[in-house]
Design a protein around this ligand. Structure first.
Ligand code: AMP
Length: 179
């Protein structure tokens, strides 16, 4: 296959479908499936997420359940690292550590295997959307409890009006597309 060209942010943005009132009234859901299905956009997106990092600078990529996995594993391949999953509670088979965070109604719990990250490893955190930041902040706590160092939290999309960055103070945060 010919090398795929790098696309502009506007080109990437054209691969995001806004779905109003999903999964409930008032939510503007950012659907990344058209971007994923388009080889040029998907490849450009992975180039941009991996872009700042040279091989050897990142030890492992952590992807957040579930759409984060699709991006994290491709970024890991680009960087020549492994990838570890941050999953919803009850899904991982081995011994885990867990972190909970508040949602509008109730709480959510994320888990990682106790041996997913070794002390001192440099971790690139990847997810599709940064919204209120609760998910990413809980993931940072998990990584740090395992002794990992979060190099950066990288997102395809950031919903700037929800100020998720304020939950990640002290961590470098980068997003490709901001609404
Ligand atoms: P939050 O913890 O509020 O930052 O939410 C982040 C998580 O929820 C990410 O894993 C996203 O996949 C998902 N998410 C939150 N809001 C949206 C949205 N408007 N569109 C798509 N996904 C969203």
């Amino acid at each position: 296959m010919d090398p795929l060209p790098t696309l502009s942010v506007d080109d990437l943005k054209a691969g995001i479908r806004n779905v109003p009132d999903f999964p409930k009234p008032g939510i503007q859901f950012k659907d990344i499936t058209p971007l994923l299905a388009d080889a040029r956009r998907f490849s450009a997106c992975i180039d941009l997420l991996a872009g700042p990092w040279k091989p050897g600078q990142v030890d492992v990529v952590a992807g957040i359940d579930a759409r984060g996995f699709l991006f994290a594993s491709a970024v890991a391949l680009r960087l020549g690292t492994g990838v570890v999953p941050v999953r919803k509670t009850g899904k991982l088979p081995f011994q885990t550590i867990e972190e909970s965070y508040s949602l509008e109604y109730g709480t959510n719990t994320l888990a990682m295997h106790v041996d997913a990250i070794r002390p001192g490893q440099r971790v690139l955190l990847v997810d599709d959307v940064l919204a209120t930041g609760g998910t990413a902040a809980a993931t940072v706590r998990l990584i740090e409890r395992l002794g990992g160092k979060v190099l950066e939290a990288a997102f395809v999309i950031e919903l700037g009006f929800l100020d998720g960055r304020s939950r990640l103070v002290g961590k470098p945060v980068r997003s490709l597309i901001t609404y």
